[in-house]
Write a protein that binds this ligand. Structure first.
Ligand code: GLN
Length: 484
């Protein structure tokens, strides 16, 4: 029999339904894989007792639902009732929420089994998982003929590494500027960020509230569709939650692109683009055309302003959101001897926040300061509107957009020591985030060095089905079966 950890989520559902194996056996197989792969550092907290107890309930028939018995990992940005939640930060070390985030609660409601909390860049700030206070996550992949450790991408790098290494059937991720799509691309899995407002932000630790969206990461498009259906839904506790019905995303999948128009944005073809990435993009265009799509050249003229806009808006919101970590209400407190409350704030935040988080707080505070607010923040909001308008115009002429997910395959630790070089890795993912659009990454193939490369599909607001369907067409054509 194939190892249980090799099955897709859909195959696990079938095997459980046919009693080919029990939920406890399935959970145990994944717990064993986690134990054998601790060097990846994918989990911050493992919850084996909880997982086995939940699986036993599935076997006893007292825990049911569409995801009954499916072993999942949860990014450590989602508050989990009774289980430490750190956001990858020292400042939240030991923080045990007394409530469950809406997204993880939805998955539990549907019968999922939680294996533990996945490592991530601190407060979801990063593209490589090098900023976690709990140590970096190592990708299960290596370049051909090399032993050098590679980054799994970020910020959902623990989720990406765990799914790719078969430590869980799927995982939750969050995407503010690419943190589901870029790590999915780096490790050869699928990840989708739904339309802003589809998945509740309630109980998910905030980074940049106008951008943050949760979404699933899994090994197939169909697996992602099942998880997405469970994770989404209106939530009155999130003021930006969309009160619209959630379709059964998996039921809507056909993989046919007949009658669909696929836009190819000229501005994403960067000067000096890696030829392998350009070749993969061309292959993706040919695959969608072969699946019946009409290819339409598109222009998104404000694309070049997306990165600078994102790196003003996101730090601005982060500086405000992170003001709550003051040593009074959550997690760590550092009280210098004889210090007053101001000294405590300063000492707590200096000790609790890592360098990248401090950098973002300083940038954010600067762009929101009275003297610079109009020059930076107001201007960024205006440009953000123009970027959204570019997409609106494009979607009059096409149904989905196809682009590469990232400008390179996974890189080595320390390769992007300069923060600007790191930020540039988000060039293809941030525009859809600024516009609040659904976007996904699907594996397209391997680089010459044997590393996964991803293709990105961006869709109209609320057209996750259109995005997933184009993803399925690529998945079928690419036939990506490579494993770390
Ligand atoms: N890499 C981007 C950043 O560092 C995106 C992070 C994210 O989507 N959470 O802000």
């Amino acid at each position: 029999m194939t190892a249980l950890t090799q099955l897709s989520l859909v195959q696990m559902q079938a095997g459980l339904a046919n009693k080919e194996f029990s939920a406890v056996e399935l959970a145990q197989a994944h717990l064993d894989a986690m134990a054998a792969n601790r060097h990846l550092n994918a989990f911050i907290t493992e919850t084996p007792e909880l997982a086995l107890a939940q699986a036993a309930q599935v076997d006893a028939g007292t825990r049911t639902g569409p995801l009954a018995g499916i072993p999942l990992g949860i990014k450590d940005l989602f508050c989990t009732d009774g289980v430490q939640t750190t956001a990858g930060s020292l400042i939240l070390k030991g923080f045990v929420p007394q409530y469950e985030s809406r997204v993880s609660a939805n998955l539990l409601r549907d019968g999922a089994v939680f294996l533990g909390k996945l490592n991530m860049d601190e407060f979801a700030m990063g593209s490589s998982n090098e900023t976690s206070a709990y140590g970096r996550v190592i990708s299960p992949w290596h370049a051909a003929g090399s032993n050098a450790d590679l980054v799994p991408g970020g910020s959902s790098g623990g989720s990406a590494a765990a799914v790719a290494a078969r430590l869980c059937a799927g995982a939750t991720g969050t995407d503010t500027g690419g943190s589901i799509r870029q790590p999915a691309a780096f490790v050869g899995i699928v990840g989708i960020k739904p339309t802003y407002g589809r998945a509740s932000r309630w109980g998910t630790i905030a980074f940049a509230s106008s951008l943050d969206q949760a979404g699933p990461m899994a090994r197939t498009v169909t697996d992602c569709a099942h998880l997405l259906t469970s994770m989404c839904g209106f939530d009155p506790l999130d003021s930006t939650s969309l009160d619209v019905p959630v379709p059964d995303f998996a039921a809507g999948l056909t993989g046919s692109m007949q009658g669909k128009r696929v836009g190819i944005p000229a501005e994403y073809r960067l000067d000096g683009m890696d030829p392998e990435i350009a070749a993969l993009w061309d292959a993706g265009i040919a695959w969608l055309e072969a699946a019946g799509a009409q290819i339409v050249p598109i222009s998104l003229p404000h694309t070049k302003y997306a990165l600078p806009t994102y790196y003003i808006v996101a730090p601005a919101e982060a500086s405000s959101n992170l003001a709550r970590y003051d040593g009074v209400r959550y997690g760590q407190r550092v009280l210098p001897p004889g210090g007053n409350v101001q000294d405590m704030y300063a000492a707590t935040r200096a000790a609790g926040f890592g360098k990248e988080v401090q950098r973002r707080i300083m940038i954010g505070t600067y762009v929101l300061s009275a003297g610079f607010y109009d020059a930076y923040y107001t201007q960024a909001q205006k440009v953000r509107a123009l970027i959204a308008r570019d997409f609106e115009a494009a979607f009059k002429r096409c149904d989905v957009l196809l682009t590469p997910t990232a400008p390179s395959p996974a890189f080595a630790f320390g390769a992007k020591a300069d923060p600007i070089a790191m930020y540039l890795n988000d060039v293809f993912t941030v525009p859809a985030s600024l516009a609040g659009l659904p976007a996904m990454s699907v594996p397209g193939g391997l680089s010459a060095s044997g590393l996964p490369l991803g293709l990105q599909i961006i869709g109209r607001p609320l057209d996750e089905i259109g995005v997933l369907n184009a993803g399925l067409a690529i998945e079928r054509a690419a036939g990506f079966t490579a494993q770390p």
